[in-house]
Design a protein around this ligand. Structure first.
Ligand code: NAD
Ligand code: TDX
Length: 336
């Protein structure tokens, strides 16, 4: 019988792409456990709901009763994507970040221990390392120094997962990836926010001087890297994931405008994010050398395809940019 993988947060950006990747390549049974927060969208995987290798369960990883229910079935592997993922929201209201990212991961680890799952992959982030100066890159042994409530909560989950390997010998692996872009990303994050605002003729709010640097990877390359870690990674190990594409925010915004043929006059510099990390850069030498990871998507081409996806899926983001989203937008950008 095919193994069962529990994917948490499969209705979000990366989880959606990962579920598609896995069903396209393997014969696993995938259970997608998702709370359907503002960021979770059932529409993302609507076309595969008829696939008998796929099961959706609405539930909260921070709720042990929900987990007990899911674990009535045999789960072989867990890939934990479920998280509150937006730094700006963690600054306004950190509560849900502690509950989901820390308590939720703890509950999953406990359940995995009790049920003796074969593998547990914790999806962490490069933000656990904090901020870099003008040179250098994060390695797996770079000290952890998170700066936002989001990254502090992700760091807690990350080191808790490693502690379960060290203390209980549990088969845990941790991935720390750089900034993702691609289809299905919620339009609160830099790239989809800029694309959808430009398409709607709205201003593009750039924080501070626009010279903060992020290291970008296409989401399908991130999914391919997780696939490698899941199948070939060594228990107890951390793997950095990145594609070596460092860009300033303003360069990203200008590229979006250039692809769309919209004017740079849409750009508006606004008040900076508090505690804004200046620069991220990932050294992905370990996953390259040990697991043979090679990103496949050219950045310029990946960006063109991503912009095209938002152009072609206007209904998807227009349905999101209503109601609660507009309240969030006003709160975040209204007085900036
Ligand atoms: P996202 O916000 O798009 O999706 C998160 C998903 O988790 C949503 O479907 C949401 O409904 C679900 N969820 C939230 N709380 C839950 C809970 N308590 N129980 C069950 N489900 C819950 O996030 P994303 O960008 O897809 O990120 C996925 C993971 O990857 C996160 O753990 C994030 O920290 C990590 N990560 C993201 C990036 C990036 O650039 N987006 C980079 C590195 C790591
Ligand atoms: O309106 C904006 N204007 C702006 O200048 C927004 C939303 C962002 N920015 C800047 C802030 C950052 O320097 O763009 C950069 C990217 O911002 P986000 O898209 O919010 O991403 P970041 O804070 O880098 O975190 C992301 O990468 C690591 C994900 O959201 C995390 O989930 C992941 O762990």
């Amino acid at each position: 019988m095919a193994e069962t993988i529990l994917v948490t947060g499969g209705c979000g950006f990366i989880g959606t792409n990962f579920v598609r990747h896995m069903l396209g390549k393997y014969d696993y049974h995938i259970i997608n456990l998702d709370k359907l927060t503002y960021a979770g969208n059932l529409e993302n995987l609507q076309d595969i709901t008829g696939d008998d290798r796929y099961t959706f369960v609405k539930g909260d990883i921070a709720d042990t009763a929900d987990l007990e229910r899911v674990f009535e079935r045999t789960i072989d592997v867990i890939v934990n994507f479920a998280a509150e993922s937006h730094v700006d929201r963690s600054i306004i209201d950190p509560d849900a970040f502690i509950k989901t990212n820390i308590n939720g991961t703890f509950n999953l680890l406990e359940m995995a221990r009790k049920k003796k799952v074969r593998r547990f992959v914790q999806i962490s982030t490069d933000e656990v390392y904090g901020s870099l100066g003008a040179t250098g890159a994060f390695r797996e042994d770079t000290p952890l120094a998170p700066n936002s409530p989001y990254s502090a909560s992700k760091t807690s989950a990350d080191i808790l997962a490693i502690a379960y390997f060290k203390t209980y010998g549990m088969p845990v692996l941790v991935t720390r990836c750089s900034n993702n872009y691609g289809p299905y990303q919620f339009p609160e994050k830099l790239i989809p926010l800029m694309i959808t605002n430009a398409l709607a003729g709205m201003e593009l709010p750039v924080y501070g001087d626009g010279l903060n640097v992020r290291d970008w990877i296409h989401v399908i390359d991130h999914c391919a890297a997780i696939d490698l870690v899941l199948h070939r990674g060594e228990d107890g190990n951390v793997y950095n994931i990145g594609a070596g594409k460092e860009k300033t925010n303003i360069d990203i915004v200008r590229l979006v405008l250039e692809i769309l043929g919209r004017p740079e006059s849409l750009i508006r510099y606004v008040k900076d994010r508090p505690g804004h990390d200046r620069r991220y850069a990932i050294d992905s030498g370990k996953i390259t050398k040990n697991l043979g990871f090679r990103p496949s998507v050219d950045f310029a081409e990946g960006m063109r395809q991503t912009v095209q996806w938002y152009v072609e899926n206007k209904g998807w983001w227009e349905r999101i940019k209503t109601g609660a989203y507009l309240d969030y937008y006003e709160k975040m950008y209204g007085n900036r």
